[in-house]
Design a protein around this ligand. Structure first.
Ligand SMILES: NC(=O)c1ccc[n+]([C@@H]2O[C@H](COP(=O)([O-])OP(=O)(O)OC[C@H]3O[C@@H](n4cnc5c(N)ncnc54)[C@H](O)[C@@H]3O)[C@@H](O)[C@H]2O)c1
Length: 422
């Protein structure tokens, strides 16, 4: 197998070393002649455990060469891997000129491949925003190759999840392999590059693969910032942050788990909003700067507006909406700070003919804080509640599913908007 790696930075050098370790012949291409010289001397242009040895051995076996241009390297290659940089522009947006240039260079080189060769697998591993493959890479490749993908070449987006310092180990033991393809089955031929690696493989549209990489990195950054802000608050309360963290991390049911991590409606109920506000107020009182934690309520408010706009966009004003669910989560009659109560109030304000179906609620049993919340936020509740789901659904122009209701069978042919699974 012959593999050409464009970009001999941290990612490209790791890919090259791992492919060499699997026995492939590798051509490394980088516009930086110093990196090329270093690779041609059998050394790694970046510091990464284990790579020097792999490069030295491959060089001695004549399986590694490097050059500053593609030349004729792609004429008989099986795979080209683009690992060029995508740095930040001054305004934080993504600098795509390297990706664009390398796509053009690969496209031009594809012209010199014999039409008898199997399609050149063009793997793009640089981190790129959703839409970049479709809007930049594929058009550049096609224009330069003088033909669309499919016959002589096949573009694939294959984000890299390695961490510097443990890059080789990460490459052979990744948490997942994500393959973005033009259409289902387009990337069928990965030419065995992932053979022997035990990890789940996700074949998805380009934009999903592009987004996944950002979501991972954003979440990692968010986790670091969250842990540090909590530590600053803990220190202000004379609490040892390590003690708190140890207990927090021990909870793999609710904390370090997929729980609370699925997109749906805003959070609400009697605890989360109140407790988030209280710890924020504690931070302000003690002069602790915790911008991430302070942004949580604002984010939740923004999500409630987003959800309301989703409903408004689906139903013309005055139409009949049946909202399923009012309490803040299934199997409770707690209405306090429920986003579904707020949604119902907004829909009434907007002039919809609203009915509410909520089997978890017995209005005659509402007492205490629950009753006070309804009186203050949805005084018309008793007149809106319906008990005959089938009849109400038949009359509705739009059914809004606010929370999971496993026992309810939705009628076919009705417009349904699911808010708990966006
Ligand atoms: N470094 C990481 O840990 C890591 C992990 C995952 C993903 N990524 C992503 O992978 C991409 C590469 O990251 P990196 O850290 O290896 O970058 P890097 O800056 O270390 O290396 C990029 C290399 O590409 C070369 N280059 C630029 N244009 C070229 C061209 N037309 N032809 C050949 N070579 C060219 C540059 O000279 C440079 O050596 C980025 O998009 C990055 O976000 C990086």
């Amino acid at each position: 197998m012959k593999i050409v790696v464009c970009g001999l930075g941290y990612v490209g050098v790791t890919v090259a070393a791992c492919m060499l370790r699997k026995g492939a012949t590798v051509v490394g291409v980088d516009v930086n002649s110093q990196k090329v010289e270093i690779a041609n001397a059998g050394r790694s242009p970046v510091k990464e455990a284990g790579i020097h040895e792999i490069f030295a051995r491959a060089r001695a076996e004549s399986r590694l060469t490097a050059a500053t241009t593609l030349g004729s390297a792609l004429a008989d290659a099986d795979v080209v891997v683009a690992c060029v940089g995508t740095p930040s522009c001054g305004d934080g947006s993504l600098e795509l000129s390297y990706v664009s240039s390398v796509a053009e260079e690969i496209g031009m080189a594809v012209r010199h491949r014999s039409s008898q060769c199997r399609p050149l697998l063009c793997l793009f591993r640089s981190t790129m925003l959703p839409g970049t493959m479709d809007a930049v890479v594929v058009p550049k490749l096609s224009e330069a190759a003088g033909e669309p993908p499919g016959h002589r070449y096949e573009p694939v987006y294959n984000p890299e999840f390695m961490r510097e310092s443990t890059a080789i180990a990460d490459y052979f033991n990744p948490p997942k392999i994500v393959v973005g393809e033009r259409f289902p089955g387009a990337a069928q031929e990965l030419y065995g590059i992932y053979d022997g690696i035990d990890a789940p493989v996700f074949k998805v549209p380009f934009a999903v693969a592009e987004m996944v990489k950002y979501v991972d990195n954003y979440f990692h950054a968010l986790k670091v910032s969250f842990a540090n802000e909590i530590a600053r608050l803990a220190l202000a309360a004379a609490v040892n942050p390590q003690d708190v963290t140890r207990i927090f991390l021990s909870d793999t049911k609710l904390n370090v788990s997929s729980y609370y991590l699925r997109p749906g409606n805003a959070f609400g109920g009697s605890c989360l909003p109140k407790d988030v506000r209280a710890l924020g107020a504690f931070g302000r009182k003690h002069g602790v700067n915790v911008p991430l934690l302070h942004s949580v309520i604002a984010s939740n408010t923004a999500h409630k507006s987003f959800v309301a706009r989703l409903v408004l966009a689906r139903a013309p004003k005055g139409s009949r909406i049946l909202q399923l669910g009012l309490t803040f989560k299934p199997d409770t009659d707690d209405l306090r700070e429920s986003p579904l109560v707020e949604l119902a109030a907004t829909l009434l304000e907007e002039g919809y003919d609203l009915s509410l179906f909520e089997p978890d609620l017995k209005p005659e049993q509402l007492i205490g804080a629950n009753l006070a919340f309804v009186r203050a936020n949805l005084a018309r509740l008793p007149g809106l509640l319906v008990t005959d789901f089938g009849r109400a659904a038949a009359k509705a122009d739009l059914i809004v599913l606010g929370k999971a209701m496993p026992g309810i069978k939705l009628p076919t042919g009705k417009q349904v908007l699911n808010l708990y699974r966006l």
